[in-house]
Design a protein around this ligand. Structure first.
Ligand code: UDP
Length: 239
């Protein structure tokens, strides 16, 4: 591996809504959005094409509505719209760093975001625009993890960068079990068989069937996105 040379030409970064919480317990911390944007600018400057799938958990998750007695489909529609709100905030932060961006929504909101048209998105990436995918797959009963994998395959991203608040995948919950150990790398089948919490099972299976690796890493350690892109040891690689 050449020092300073990216290991991947095109990446899909899965950011959960919680990534935008920063110091808050609800909503969007704009300082946090700016700091993520600064890190993304650095890897964009290395020549890496970037697409992001943004979640909505900092605002609303469908499961919360269901717990309160809502219809699942209506609850998921609220969750989908929450991801669009996050996408607008992230777009603003990225543009403040001087990056050109395109906001894509899987449900039609024409005044705010483009629809997903694969060839058009590929053209944006060729023109070095950062793509922000919102509204997941536009369908209820899915998560933004599964949406991230499908879009990554469609745009031929070489890796899913799954940004989390933990340092990777552990044998058990490190908060509850002091013997929990972190894997440097692990096979898809082991993740599935051991029911390790990485992404939802649909997303992991889709990666496995299509040989799309996932790197799970801690977003709260500055420089980690770049380390992952440079192919340095960071978090856990699922392959
Ligand atoms: N959602 C959905 N279909 C999708 C993606 C997301 O219905 O394709 C809804 C679902 O209610 C979910 C919410 O949007 O709870 C927010 O997405 P997610 O929970 O994946 O966000 P994250 O956990 O990454 O913040």
């Amino acid at each position: 591996m050449d020092e300073g040379k990216p290991a991947y030409k095109r990446v899909l970064l899965k950011l959960s809504g919680e990534a935008l919480l920063g110091e808050l317990s609800y909503g969007i911390d704009f300082k946090k959005a700016r700091s993520i944007a600064r890190e993304l600018k650095q890897i964009h400057d290395l020549g890496v094409d970037i697409a992001i799938m943004i979640g909505g958990g900092n605002i609303f998750r469908g499961s919360r509505g269901v717990e309160e007695g809502m219809d699942r489909v209506s609850a998921d529609h609220i969750g989908l719209l929450a991801t669009v709100i996050n996408g607008i905030a992230l777009q603003d932060a990225l543009e403040k760093e001087g990056l050109n961006t395109r906001l894509i929504s899987a449900i039609e909101i024409r005044a705010v975001a483009e629809p997903f048209i694969r060839r058009r998105v590929l053209r944006h990436l060729e023109k070095r625009r950062v793509i922000i995918f919102t509204a997941g797959l536009g369908s209820p009963y899915f998560t933004t993890d599964t949406a991230a994998v499908l879009r990554a395959l469609e745009i031929k991203a070489e890796v899913i960068l799954k940004a989390t608040k933990v340092d990777g995948i552990y044998s058990a919950d490190p908060m509850l079990d002091s013997n929990a150990t972190r894997f440097d790398s692990i096979k898809f089948l082991e993740v599935i068989q051991q029911e390790l919490k990485v992404m939802d099972s649909t997303a992991v299976t889709l990666c496995k069937d299509n040989n799309l690796p996932i790197i799970v890493f801690n977003l709260n350690i500055p420089g980690n996105i770049k380390r992952a892109v440079l192919g340095e040891k960071v978090g856990t690689k699922v392959f």
